[in-house]
Design a protein around this ligand. Sequence first.
Ligand code: FAD
Length: 503
Amino acid sequence: MTSSSSSSSVQVAVVGGGPVGMLLAAELAHFGVRVTVIEQNTETLDVPKAGTLHARTAQVLRRRGYLTAPRTAPELLDREATQPFHFAGLPGLTITGPAVEGDPIVGRAQSDLERQFEKTARQRGAVVLRGRKVTALGSGEEEVTLTLDDGSDLRAAWVIGADGARSLVREQAGFTSEEHLPRAQAVLGVVELEDPYSAPPGWNLTERGWTVINPSPWGPSRVAAFDFDGPHPDRRTALTLAELQATVSRIAGRDIPMFHATFLDRFSDYARLVHSYRRGRVLLAGDSAHVHFPVGGQGLNLGLQDAVNLSWKLALHLRGRAGEGLLDSYTAERRPPAARTIANTQAQLALMQPGRGHDPLRDLFIGLLQNPAVSRQLGDMISDQDVTLPRGPHQSRWTGTFLPNLPLTVGGRTTGVVELLRPGRLRLLVLEPGAANDLRKAVAPWPVDVTVADCASQLAVGACLVRPDGYLAWADDGGPAGLEAALEALLGRPAATTEKEPV
Ligand SMILES: Cc1cc2nc3c(=O)[nH]c(=O)nc-3n(C[C@H](O)[C@H](O)[C@H](O)COP(=O)(O)OP(=O)(O)OC[C@H]3O[C@@H](n4cnc5c(N)ncnc54)[C@H](O)[C@@H]3O)c2cc1C
C-alpha cells in the first residue's frame, strides 16, 4: 500500500485503479471531489492490452488536457488527417478526422495511460490505496460501505465500480446485464519466438482461424490466435506456453516454436452490457459496464469516454448544482455507444469466420472498403466520431454534436476550442459579438463562463454552450429560450448565488 486515508468516509470511492479508475480519480479531483481509489495491484502491470486511442477518445482527452493540444489554424479547416486501420482483420479501412484535431489514431499503451492518470490524480489530491482489495459492498440510502481485505470499512457517498470485466461492484450492487455467450476463443502471449523471421507477421487468416503475430527478432513478440472451434470449457483455466504454441501452430498450419513466456492469457467473444450504469449510489464505468471481443481496439476507448462523461456530472451533483436528470444522462449517453460497439465487434467476428464459404463475403467487404464513403462510415463508427448525444425534440440540430477544434481569436489572442475547454468549465462561446450582452444576462444566474471569440469557420451558429467533454448542450438556432432550458437541464434552477465554480 503506497498511501492511505485515515478517514473512513469519503465523497467518492472508485473501486479499481485500472486506466478507467485512475482517469475517474484525476477528473473528479480536478473538479474538487474528495476521491479515493482502491486498487488491488501494488503497481501498474505492463500487460499487452490496449495500445490504440481512437479519434473521439483522443479528441476528448486533448480537451481535458491529458494529451497535447493539436495545432489549429484556418488553413487546416478544410483538411483531414487519415491513418490506415483494419476492419475484421481486412485491409483497406481508413480512419479520417479533421486536421484541426491532430492524428486520428494515437498509439499509447494502456499501462502508460494508467500511470499518467494515477500521477495526475495524486497531484490533484486523490487518495490511491494500492495493494487493497474490496471484498464486499453494502448499499444504503445515504451511503455505500466497502469492506477491504484488511477488514476495514470505507464509507462513501458514492461508489464507482471501475473494477473490470469481473466486477465485484457490479455483482454485489445487483446490476443486471444483457449477455452474449461466447462462440470463439483467443489465446494471447508475450514470448520469445525461436525463428521470428519465419513467423507469419500481422493478421493472417487460415482455414482454421487467425494468427496475429508481431514478431520481434530482438526480444519478446506478441503472439495471438483466434480459434473458432468454440469457447474453452473453462475460461478461467490458465493458459500455458504449450497450449499457446499448440494453438498458434495448429491455426498457422506449421510449427511455430516459442519459449520464455512473460505473459499468457485467454479471452473470448463473450459480451456483456449492463442495463443501467447507475443503481442508487453506485455507478459503473469501463469494462465493469461493458465487455466484448477486443477486435478493433475499442474497449478502453469506451471506458475512458465513460470516465470523462461521468466525472463532471457527478461533481456537479455532489455540489448540489446538477439538473434533475443530469446524472442519469450518463447511462443515456454512454450505453448506446457501448451497445453499438458490441454489435460491431460481433459483425467483425462474423466476417472473420474461417473457411472458404466465407471468402466471397470477405472479398465483397474488401471491395466495399475501397469506397471512400463506406470506409468513412466504418471508420467513424470504430473511432466513435459519429457519436452524437440524445437530444430533446425542440433542441437545435447542433445539440449533442461534438464541437471541432476550431481556430478562435479571443481578445486578440489566437487559440482554439481544445485550449478553451481545458479548465473543464461549462462555456458559452459567443461568435456574434452583438449578441454577447443579452447572452451574458441570460446565463448570469448560472456558473457558466462566457467567451466572445472570432472564428474563422463556417460554423452556422452565432453562439453555443459547450460541455467540458466537448459536446454542445445548446446552440442558438434553437432560440435563446432553449438556452435557459439547456442550463436548467445541466445545472438545475438558478441558485441564489452566482458564485463561479469549477464547472
Ligand atoms: C488482448 C486485449 C487487447 C485489447 N486491446 C485493446 C485496444 O487496442 N484498444 C482498446 O480500447 N481496448 C483494448 N482492450 C480492452 C481494454 O484492455 C479494456 O477495455 C481496459 O482494460 C478496461 O479498463 P478498466 O479500467 O475498465 O478495467 P481494467 O483494466 O480491467 O482495470 C480494473 C482494475 O480493477 C482492479 N480490481 C478488480 N477488482 C478489484 C477489487 N475487488 N478491489 C480492488 N481492485 C480491483 C484490477 O486490479 C484492475 O487494475 C483489449 C483487451 C484485451 C484483453
